[in-house]
Design a protein around this ligand. Structure first.
Ligand SMILES: *Cc1c(COP(=O)(O)O)cnc(C)c1O
Length: 389
């Protein structure tokens, strides 16, 4: 048999997070007490009124194909939400409901990028971005940022990286994995560069609601009509509404791009799960009071973990203002991130993600989407691990 893979498949990097994750699950299954700092999803359940709406839709027989881009009711609810919160006006036809924010990103990259195109991605990056760009045949151009600048890219560095082949700039604020949040002024300045140079922006705003210390999330599309014309917003239900398993996200794009995204989706996944869409409508139109207490709980964990990390010899950690991750610098331990995480798991039973997975080997990612008690226990163990190095 000829099992030759397509060039497209062969250029993909295997997920570096998988080895640690598999080993952590193995240990846990064997009855070991593993503290999981690896997960990228909220530990809270989906609010019950959202669940009830999906159950009702299922019982009512709402089980057939829907419009490929999503039911109009949901696209209207998304447009209303975006006008209300992100301060950007979209017609429902500009919105495509996809199988998660990840799928929405992938559709955008496929719709816009091809062989010969360059896509600027600041590192540390969400690990799927460069792989999506490679799948589309285009070339990721990675711009490294560090904790010294709060993991933020300056407009000058962005401008200097733009070439005639630059098609897209991928912006993720609040950031996974660093938790960095650009201020509105910083975002506007990055957007100005893209407008000036005619570069499109993929703005991944999935952590919109998870900001702390008085930080505010602004959408880069909201600053002017020109900014909006250069931006495709990606968002989803996974993080703010604790709906990771529902596989629901969306893109909002200028009309010609939205049409291409819809066409691509209509020939691949087609519509997302019908009754899940009914739950999503209620997620947007129903009460939002789940958010404040969850945010307060995330914040308690964030502050505890951040203070503890900075008290550990040879570790330093920038103060993240968003998402639910900390991204401590481990370079003074002399270990690379894969070794650090492998040993931390074997010796202290703490699972964290090596920074190399996000293009940043001097760091590890700690998710605090776990109980305060676990955060405290895990930090005790990390401290013991670092003291004996
Ligand atoms: C979680 C996440 C997403 C989307 O996740 P889905 O589960 O596909 O909705 C998108 N971008 C970033 C940066 C994320 O962390």
């Amino acid at each position: 048999m000829d099992y030759r893979l397509s060039r497209r498949a062969a250029t993909l990097s295997p997920s570096l997070t998988l080895t640690i994750d598999t080993r952590a699950k193995q240990l846990a299954a064997a009855g070991e007490d593993v503290v999981g700092f690896g997960v990228g999803e909220p530990d809270f359940p989906t609010p019950p009124h959202i669940v009830a709406a999906a159950v009702k839709a299922l019982e009512d027989g709402f089980t057939r194909y829907t419009a490929a881009s999503g039911i109009l009711e949901l696209r209207k609810a998304i447009a209303d939400k975006m006008l209300r919160e992100q301060k950007v006006a979209y017609d429902p036809t500009q919105i495509t409901v996809s199988c998660g924010g990840k799928h929405a990103c992938f559709n955008v990259v496929l719709a816009l990028c091809q062989q010969g195109d360059e896509v600027i991605i600041p590192s540390p990056y969400w690990l799927s971005y460069p792989e999506m760009v490679k799948l589309a045949g285009a070339t990721p151009v990675i711009l490294e940022t560090t904790d010294e600048t709060g993991f933020k890219l300056t407009p000058d560095r962005l401008r200097a990286a733009i070439t005639p082949n630059t098609r897209l700039f991928i912006l993720n604020s609040p950031s996974n994995p660093t938790g960095a949040v650009y201020t509105p002024d910083e975002l506007r300045a990055l957007g100005d560069v893209c407008v000036e140079k005619g570069v499109l922006i993929l703005s991944d705003e999935i952590y919109e609601h998870l900001v702390y210390d008085g930080a505010v999330h602004a959408s880069v599309a909201s600053f002017s009509p020109a900014h909006e014309q250069h931006t495709i917003i990606v968002h989803g239900f996974a993080k703010g509404w604790s709906m990771t398993g529902w596989r629901l996200g969306w893109s909002a794009a200028p009309a010609p791009i939205a049409r291409a995204i819809s066409a691509i989706q209509s020939h691949s996944t087609s519509n997302t799960t019908s009754f899940a869409q009914k739950g999503a409508v209620v997620a947007l139109t129903g009460p939002q009071d789940h958010l404040a207490p969850r945010l307060a709980e995330f914040n308690r964990r964030r502050l505890l973990a951040w203070e503890r990390l900075n008290a550990i010899p040879r570790l330093t950690c920038a103060r993240p203002e968003g998402a639910f991750y900390l991204f401590p610098n481990i370079s003074k331990t002399g270990l690379d991130s894969s070794t650090f995480c492998a040993r931390l798991l074997e010796e202290e039973r703490v699972a964290a993600v090596p920074g190399i997975a996000f293009g940043a080997d001097a760091y590890i990612r700690i998710s605090y989407a776990t109980s305060l008690e676990n955060v405290s226990k895990g930090l005790d163990r990390i401290e013991r691990f670092c003291r004996k190095l």
